[in-house]
Design a protein around this ligand. Structure first.
Ligand code: ZN
Length: 233
């Protein structure tokens, strides 16, 4: 995208209403996980029965849409439960560095191995408050009869509530990035703005402060992973 288009996109991002009395501007910290969901008015904490955790924070708009989708799923006999919602930089750094220590090979090989399913700190959509994981993080569960039925329901209905699956290997248009993650869903009306903002506000020099951060450029983390989603932005 050209710089002028980015500027235009950015101007439209500057102010957009969350509800009648709240206005929110996307900042770099919102994109790289340095914000504090538990203290910010634009976030809310999901509660039972929508999650089994005490720390499932999402943007209010996203939480409302998710609860509507979960209620609709319930009527059709499915239970949607959030396993992981917003994760900050520090949390993601913990996941990444644990995997980094266990991985083998050159730095690039280690990074590519971890990146099959886990993001580098500062590049995760889980930082944004728009994305979450539901029901099971095991690819094999989604191949069971129960998992397949739920996935079919999600593919048919999630869009109605604003959700899409950004890491979907079945779509040939997505040629790089993470493996197919049937559990990971994203609220398009906000996350597409976050993706645009990411490309405008975040640079490689911001992706730092963890073991193996030097490999961000060699694996082209922004081009292939942040932008390696379906549908293309
Ligand atoms: Zn996820």
């Amino acid at each position: 995208m050209t710089k002028s288009l980015f500027i235009l996109a950015f101007l439209t991002l500057e102010l957009f209403p969350l509800n009648s009395n709240e206005v929110w501007t996307i900042r770099k910290d919102d994109l790289i996980g340095l914000n504090k969901p538990e203290r910010e008015l634009t976030f809310t904490r999901l509660k039972s029965p929508y999650t089994g955790r005490e720390d499932s924070y999402l943007r209010k708009e996203v939480a409302n849409a998710f609860m509507e989708m979960a209620d609709a799923a319930n009527k059709d006999g499915f239970r949607l439960s959030v396993l992981s919602a917003t994760r900050n930089f520090k949390y993601q750094k913990g996941i990444w560095e644990r995997k980094w220590k266990a991985a083998k090979g050159t730095d690039t090989e280690k990074a590519l191995y971890i990146l099959q399913y886990s993001s580098m700190p500062g590049t995760s959509r889980h930082h944004w408050g728009t994305d979450f994981d539901i029901n099971s993080l095991e690819p094999s569960w989604w191949e069971t009869a129960e998992g397949k039925k739920l996935y079919t329901w999600l593919k048919a209905n999630a869009k109605r509530f604003g959700f899409f699956q950004p890491y979907d290997k079945e779509n040939n248009e997505r040629l790089s990035g993470y493996r197919d993650e049937k559990w990971h869903w994203s609220y398009f009306p906000l996350s597409n703005k976050m993706t645009l903002a990411y490309n405008f506000l975040v640079d490689y020099e911001d992706i730092t402060g963890f073991e193996g951060s030097e490999s961000a450029t060699t694996v082209q983390i922004i081009e292939k992973y942040v932008n390696g989603i379906f549908p293309a932005q």
